[in-house]
Design a protein around this ligand. Structure first.
Ligand SMILES: Cc1ncc(COP(=O)(O)O)c(C=O)c1O
Length: 399
């Protein structure tokens, strides 16, 4: 059978790891699982209670507003003002999405078509690399991380990559997708970087789609900037925000796209054909989470920071040298030198079978990700310490 749009997709390498994990578990082995960035921490109680209450009201069982309830969009605008001092008109500059992933994918449908191109860093979260293809467009990759650099955070090299990609493109790109703090590399940027990116886009009339999934996960006092804080950003940028990581509400499917009003209107129109929005009790509970548990992300951040410290200090103690990221919920670990004959998929398989530790192979995030594995901070401290003991035993060539 022949299929459209999914035919060119690379094999989903995470499925290999999931298969090995399931196999090991079926043999009774205890796998410490840093594989999938699926938050283990509970959603705010107040949201759960509101969801239960709202679900009992039959009025909430009907189709909801595809663009999101007005008070939900208002809650989002209020949060942007509080966190970033960015003014958003909830009616024209905010649309609710069924998670950031849905928003980003359908955004590509309104921005791109066959013959168009989009610039995407490699490695990246898989839908960033695949989303333009679902709209029939081609992706041009730029390196996310400079191989020789001592930090994952992008700088001049990233911009040099952007300029080179732009200049060599025969069809000028219409879109740049980016995301900071970055999954999988944990790369973080400051407002000056965002300003430079916005200027790059304004000069070339290209649209920036910034996926801000880790907006609330900056450590040691670092606050990740919104791209909309950059002057004139609303002329060319949209940003995705989600309750998935910030409020540990992954399964609820509540996200937003905010920014340029014309693009917000375009996505709103497409979505009015495609969906009837997230289940209304979920939207109502999301309003309560954002308005009445607005500090919940601070508690989550503390937990992730402690986990980051436990994992980073443990890895370095056993001789696996990895730098502590300023944000995100990931550790992007280069394969240690004595094991570099393995590629990232082989190494991730080796870690499951020999150390009972599951990670994500870097190559799953694009070719630029090989040579690394990604740890998601979804195991508690005790389990993390257990993983470190297992790794020490399984990696005797470390010193
Ligand atoms: C960069 C990035 N964007 C989006 C998502 C998913 O967000 P949502 O659950 O809102 O679809 C993730 C989840 O891992 C992510 O890492």
């Amino acid at each position: 059978m022949e299929f459209r749009r999914i035919t060119g997709l690379p094999p989903y390498v995470f499925a290999t790891i999931n298969g090995l994990k399931a196999q090991a578990r079926s043999q009774g082995r205890d796998i410490v699982d840093f594989g999938f960035g699926n938050p283990d921490l509970p959603s705010p109680d107040i949201a759960v209670e509101k969801l239960a209450e709202a679900a009992h009201n039959p009025k909430n069982h009907r189709y909801s507003a595809s663009r999101g309830l007005p008070n939900l969009r208002l809650a989002m605008a209020t949060r942007y003002k509080k966190l970033f001092d960015v003014d958003l008109d909830p009616d024209t500059e905010v649309v609710t999405t069924i998670g950031a992933k849905e928003g980003l994918t359908h955004l590509m449908w309104v921005l791109l078509g066959p013959g168009d191109t989009a610039i995407v860093p490699s490695p990246s979260y898989p839908i960033h690399l695949a989303g333009p293809g679902f709209a029939g467009a081609q992706v041009i990759t730029v390196p996310m991380v400079d191989p020789g650099a001592s930090t994952n955070d992008p700088g001049d090299d990233f911009f040099a990559g952007l300029v080179a990609a732009w200049e060599s493109a025969t069809v000028k790109p219409r879109v740049i997708i980016c995301s900071f703090p970055h999954n999988p590399t944990s790369a973080c940027v400051d407002l000056a970087f965002m300003e430079r990116l916005v200027n790059f886009a304004l000069e070339r009339e290209v649209i920036i789609c910034h996926d801000f999934a880790y907006a609330d996960l900056g450590f040691d006092g670092y606050q990740p900037p919104s791209i909309l804080q950059a002057p004139r950003a609303k002329e060319c940028c949209v940003e995705l925000y989600t309750l998935t990581k910030s409020f540990s509400m992954a399964g609820w499917r509540v996200g937003f796209m905010v920014g340029n009003a014309e693009i917000v209107a375009a996505l709103t129109k497409l979505k009015s054909y495609l969906d009837y929005g997230t289940f209304q009790p979920v939207q109502i509970a999301a309003i309560v989470a954002m308005n009445e548990a607005s500090d919940y992300p601070d508690l989550l951040r503390e937990v992730y920071q402690v986990r980051r410290d436990t994992l980073i200090s443990g890895l370095n103690r056993i001789g696996w040298s990895v730098a502590a990221p300023k944000g995100s919920m990931f550790i992007w670990a280069p394969i240690p030198e004595p094991y570099r004959e393995m590629d990232s998929l082989e190494f991730a398989k080796f870690l499951i079978t020999e150390a009972e530790v599951a990670t994500s192979p870097g190559v799953g995030f694009g070719e630029g990700g090989d040579g690394h594995v990604r740890f998601a901070l979804i195991e508690n401290e005790l389990r993390t310490q257990q993983a470190i003991r297992n790794l020490k035993r399984a990696l005797p060539k470390l010193n």
